[in-house]
Structures are given as C-alpha cells and as structure tokens.
Design a protein. Sequence first.
Length: 605
Amino acid sequence: MRLKLSNRSSVDQWINKIEQRPALAVTISIVWLLLINYIAFVWNLGNIGLIDETEPLFAEASRQMLVTGDWITPFFNGETRFDKPALIYWCQALAYSIMGVNEWAARIPSALAATGVTALAFYGIHWHFAKKDQLEQVANPNRRYLTAAIASALMALNPEMIVWGRVGVSDMLLTGCIASALLCFFLGYAQNSSPSPFPNKWYLACYVLMTGAILTKGPVGIVLPGLIMIAFALYLGKFCELWREMRPILGMGIVFALSAPWYILVTWRNGWNFINTFFVYHNIERFTEVVNGHSAPWYFYFLVVLLGFAPYSVFIPMSIARLKFWQRSHWKNQERSQQLGLFACFWFLGVFCFFTISVTKLPSYVLPLMPAAAILVALSWSNLYPNTQTPQAFHISSWVNVAFLSTLGVALFNISHIIGKDPAAPELYEQIQNSGMANVGGIIWLTGAVIIAILILSYRWRAIITINLVGFVAFLSLVLMPALFLMDQERQEPLRQLSALAVKEKQPNEELVMVGFKKPTVTFYTQNKVNYLEFSQQALDHIYNQAANKTHPASLLLLTEQKKLIDMNLPPDIYKNIATKGAYNLIRIPLQRIKQNKKEKTDIS
C-alpha cells in the first residue's frame, strides 16, 4: 500500500500566497497559536480538581491573601509560607478576584505564562528566518512560517510543558519569565544596531522579565539566565561589547527597584524567619543538600528530558551536534541574527548542567530548558529546506524515533505491571488498563512508529516531526485527558466530597482534624483551618487532651484513612461515622463521650 501525503509544492504555493497578504498571514499565525495553546493548556483546565500535595498549597495561600488583604506575607492554614516569593500568589489572587475562587483561576497564571512563551518563540523564530532570507537574498516564507509553527507546537505539545502549564504552582510562571527573558535578550542582541545611552526595548524587557522570575522563585531567576547570557557572550568574545549595549548597572537598578520592595517589606515584617526559611533552606540548602528527600542519581535529568520532551527528545542530540558549537571561529563570523541555534544550545545546556549540579532534584527544575529544546529541534528540521540531501544524523535519529515510539507503545500495553499501585488509589492503573485507554495509547504510538518507518524508507523526511506531533495530540486527547479524569475521580474526588460534607456538618468552633496524611486540598475546599496529625497515637492524645480541656467544644471532626481509624482502636459507640468515600472516613467524636469513657475505664480499674 502506498502512503499518500499532501503535495509539498502545493503547501509551499499556499504559504507563498499567504505571505503576499500580511494581514491574512498574521491572522493565521494567531489562530495557530491559539489552537495549540488551547489544546495544550486551556482545554479542560479547570474541570479537574486540585492535585495534592503542592498545588493546593499555592491555591489556598493565594485565597488567604485575597481574603485577608495581606499582600506581603503568604499564609497557608494559619502559618506563614515562605517557600516561594509573592508573584504567583498575586497572580492567583488577582485571578480569583476576576473569576472567583476555583480551579480555573488557580491555574490560569500558569496557562498564560506557557502561552506567552510559545507566542514569543513563534515571533523570534519567524524574525530569525526573515533575516536569514535577507542575508541570502531569497524569499522563503514557507521556511519562516512552518519552522515557527513547528517550534511553537513542539514547545506547547510535550508532557513537561503540559503538566506544569496546567498546574497552579510557580514552576511554569518561572519558566515563562526565564524563557521569555532569554528570548528577549537574544532579540535585543540580534537587533542592536548602534551604541545608545540606554538598552534597547528588548534588553529592557529582559530585565523586567528577570524581575518577574526573581519575584516568582528567588535568586535563581537572575542567576540562571545571567550565567547563560554571560557564557554566550564570553564564547563569542563579545562580553565587553554586550556590557556596553545592555548597560547592566542600569539594568540591575531596574531589577532592584522592581523586586526589592517586596523582599524588604516581608523581611521587615517577619525578620529572620523569612531569611532562614526562604534564602537558607529553600535556596542555598536545596542547591547544596538533599531537601525533603528529593535526591536522584546524576543521570536523572537525562531521563526527565527523554520522557518530558517525548516523543521529540530523540532529536535533541542530533540538533545540538549539527550546530558544531565547538567551531568557535565559524560562529564568531556569523551575523548576530543567525546565532539563534548557538544561543539555544547554551540555553539548553546551561539549564541542564546547572540543575544536574544541584543536589536536590525534581522533574520541574529543568522545565526552563524545554523551550530551548523545541527551538533546537525546529531549527534542525528547518535544514530540510530547501530540499537538499538529508543529514545522516537526521536519518539515524529518525530510526531511533521509531524504536522509541515502539517502546512507548509496548510499555503502555503493560502499564499496570510496570508502574505498580498508587497507595491513594490502589486500583487506578488496573482501571486504566481495563478501560482500554492504555491499549489505545499503545496502538497510537506503534502506528506512529510504522508510519515514520515508511516515511524514512520513502525519503519523506519533513513529515516525520509532523507525525510525532499528530501522534502526541491523539495521545493527549484519547488517553492522557481521560486518564486524568479517572485519576481525579479515584484520588481526589473522595476528598472533595468529604470536604463539602465537613463544611455542611461542621458545628460552631468544631475542630477539623486530619490523621495519618496531609492533603492540603481539604484546607482549600473547606476554607477552614485543618489540624494535620501524622500518627494515630498523636490523634488519640489530642482527642483526650481536648476532652480534658474545660473550654473544649462539644465535638471534633476527624478525617482519616480506614487503617488509621483501626489503629486508633476507638470503640464504635464512641464516634459517629458521617461518611466514607474511597479510602477515607469522616467521623464526629463527641468529646463528652470521650470524657465519660475515660472515667468509666478509670472506675473499672
């Protein structure tokens, strides 16, 4: 059977006609960006509940900021929360004031940050190729528009960007600020034409965006992009030249003027507590020591990039190698506008090496390199314009792509055996397997592997990345999204239901206690303070202490797992079971009954 593909020349002719109508070209570009970003970051964004453990910490701290009117000190559950600076809380609180307190509002800052990066990257890559056409004195609009479209799609449609672009935490906002700052730096560098007493508009935007990164996650917001820019400048022998262009003293003045007020105010209010928690623990110690048990081997981020940028990650080594970045004299002689690939290489390797050196390791740490990976792979794909001999490295990478997709397909057919059990939802992966979703995913990737093999054998190289993108969108639509709803139903919905019941059942001054686990979603959905106790004995001691207190309320609500309830060994007649949802129980314990029970035991003894 002969695979039929659209005629390449007709596509090129269509794009050439669009190029002759600038308004239409801009409109189609905007529609494309809206489409891919909607699929990646907006579709069903708020239709899935908040995900424990981290997301509700941010969502509730932002809600408390809005309710209390304290825009300086973040609080969660009545305690200060200095894990991250204030920008993410400000963004979420502002969204709450516009959209109401809900999942959509908690996540929209992340979705907008991701969308902003893909749009700026589209512009940057289109501008890069427009300059390339001017230098080569050719008109090649198909290369400009298609490469920009491919790059923005690769940037949006990969697991790492989709996960963090759909979660209401600070990671995507940080990535949006850092990645946009680096893109603005390159555009400012490439477009700087003459010395000026002030940095050009792109350099100024870079400084403002680094300020956003500092207010999102602290010193890393300026240290990481600063190291990348300095390394790039030193490599090209342009450090002094860029120093004069960027006016870094002025730039640091801008950064300090915009970021320092919050740091000064929060330190003034909280003193050493803020300095020790934020700067020492969450910055210095995270880089130099293992924090919260988040350790990993040296090759950890190789696996994160492989799976986080799947299925296109197999093209990254080839995309870096084709640049021949070791040929310094070649790159030094290139026009500035044509050094985008080299800069993306420094960007990718800079983020990768920085966090590989860090002792504490988390998958989200390397999120800022994903835009660079997309740019690298898209630029490599653009080498197929004009239709010249395909590089051997692309040939090899394509076959690796076939093997990788085949492995993913086979793994999905056996997902329940590979992943094991989720303690919060023991039957989840078996349900996914039994629902047929995993098999659909396996078929999608195995079919993609077969099509790509056919494309390789028929020398249709340009369609290979497109097949990967189409396969990923199909996988997202038919497998990942339904799996997310099932996961939410099994893991999070029972807690939301019990939280709603707790709000309904809660009596005045009645305490809500959670035993054996800490699920911050309960604090967010009840909008009440929750007393988290880790051990069963702790809970028993707390109950008896409350019963002995003369000013105690009449009862308390207890949210616990069934096994913890058994461990506590409370007599069945001493509490009332309000509801059981999933693995969790909500019970009411009359403290007067506890007091009587204790007295009866004392009398008997």
